[in-house]
Ligand binder design. Structure first.
Ligand code: NAG
Length: 293
C-alpha cells in the first residue's frame, strides 16, 4: 500500500529523463590533458565554481536557442558563457571512472577558462547522448544508464538525516556537502536507507544502493577547504561497522540512497517533478543492514 512518507523540497532540475536522470544534471565534465575527469577529490577548487541556467531551461519541452547559455562563475574569474546548443566538435578519449568514450568539446574559450582557473591544462566536455551510453553497474540495476554522475542517476537524501547529523557536529554542515539531486523532508532521519521503491509524481524510483561517501563531504563548499568533519562523526554512527555489523567490513560511511527511475505508464502527465510533490513509499526493507550497499 502506498504510504505517504515525505515530500520533495529540492531537486536539481525538473524534467525527468527516466533513464539518465534530471535534464541538464551531470551533463558536463572538466577533464585534464588526457581526457580524464577532474573531481573535487583532487581539485577542491571546483567547489567554488557556480553555474546558472536560464529559468526556462527548467520547463518541460524547452529547447535552447542561439542565445541560451550556461553561465559559469568562479572567484577571480570573468563570467564564462557556454552555448546550450550542442557544440560541433568531438573529443575522443574522455574517461570518468571505468567509462571511456567520446564527448562533445565545449571549445577553446572554456578550455582556457578552466586551464587558468585550475592552473593546469583542462577542457570542458558535454556528454554525447547521441553516440554514447554509460550503463549503470548491472550488479545494482540493469538497463539504466548515466551521463557524468559518479555511479547512479539519482541520489536522494532527507533533511531529517542532515538535521540528525548536525545535532552531533560542533559546526553544522549544509546539505551541499552531500549534493543529493533529490532532497525530501517530513520523514524520520535516515528513513531513506530503507526505501527500495518510492513514487514521486508518475515516476517510480528504486533505491538500489546506500550511498557510500568519499572525501567530498569533508570539503567546505564555500571555501574549498577540507576538514575532518563530517567524516569523523559519520564514522561513529553511519559506518558499515555500525549499520551492517554482519556484512563484510570495508570501512565505509553512508549518507543517502542511490536511485534509478522508471516512468510509469500514466499518460498525458508532464514529465516533471516539483517541489512539494508527495513521496509515496511503496516498498521498503526494515533495517539498513538489509539494504544493498
Ligand atoms: C574518515 O575517517 C577515517 C577514520 O579516521 C579514515 O580512516 C578515513 O580515511 C576517512 N575518510 C575520508 C574520506 O576522509
Amino acid at each position: 500500500m502506498a504510504n505517504l512518507q515525505a515530500w520533495l523540497i529540492y531537486f536539481l532540475c525538473s524534467s525527468v529523463d527516466a533513464c539518465t536522470g534530471f535534464r541538464w544534471d551531470r551533463q558536463w565534465l572538466v577533464v585534464n590533458q588526457r581526457g580524464r575527469a577532474y573531481t573535487q577529490r583532487v581539485e577542491p577548487k571546483l567547489a567554488l565554481v557556480e553555474v546558472n541556467l536560464p529559468a526556462e531551461a527548467f520547463s518541460e519541452g524547452w529547447e535552447p536557442t542561439k542565445t541560451s547559455y550556461l553561465e559559469i562563475k568562479a572567484p577571480g574569474m570573468d563570467l564564462l558563457k557556454i552555448s546550450l546548443c550542442k557544440p560541433p566538435k568531438v573529443s575522443d578519449g574522455v574517461s570518468v571512472w571505468e567509462w571511456s568514450g567520446s564527448a562533445l568539446d565545449e571549445g577553446d574559450e572554456a578550455s582556457k577558462w578552466f586551464t587558468n582557473y585550475l592552473g593546469k591544462p583542462s577542457r570542458m566536455v558535454r556528454f554525447n547522448a547521441a553516440s554514447e551510453t554509460r550503463p549503470v553497474d548491472p550488479v545494482y540495476a540493469q538497463g539504466y544508464s548515466i551521463m557524468f554522475s559518479d555511479m547512479f542517476p539519482f541520489m536522494l537524501a532527507s533533511q531529517g538525516s542532515l538535521d540528525e547529523l548536525n545535532k552531533l557536529l560542533k559546526e553544522p554542515v549544509p546539505m551541499n556537502r552531500f549534493r543529493p539531486n533529490i532532497l525530501v523532508d517530513g520523514c524520520e532521519p535516515f528513513s531513506e536507507d530503507l526505501w527500495t521503491e518510492i513514487k514521486i509524481s508518475q515516476f517510480s524510483f528504486q533505491g538500489v544502493r546506500l550511498c557510500s561517501r568519499c572525501k567530498v563531504p569533508t570539503i567546505n563548499q564555500e571555501t574549498a577547504i577540507a576538514g575532518p568533519e563530517p567524516n569523523e562523526t559519520l564514522m561513529k554512527y553511519r559506518s558499515d561497522k555500525v549499520l551492517r555489523p554482519d556484512k563484510k567490513q570495508q570501512g565505509k560511511i553512508y549518507f543517502g540512497q542511490n536511485m534509478v527511475c522508471k516512468e510509469s505508464l500514466t499518460e498525458g502527465k508532464a514529465k516533471v517533478v516539483k517541489v512539494g510533490d508527495p513521496i509515496f513509499v511503496l516498498q521498503k526493507v526494515s533495517t539498513a543492514a538489509e539494504a544493498v550497499a
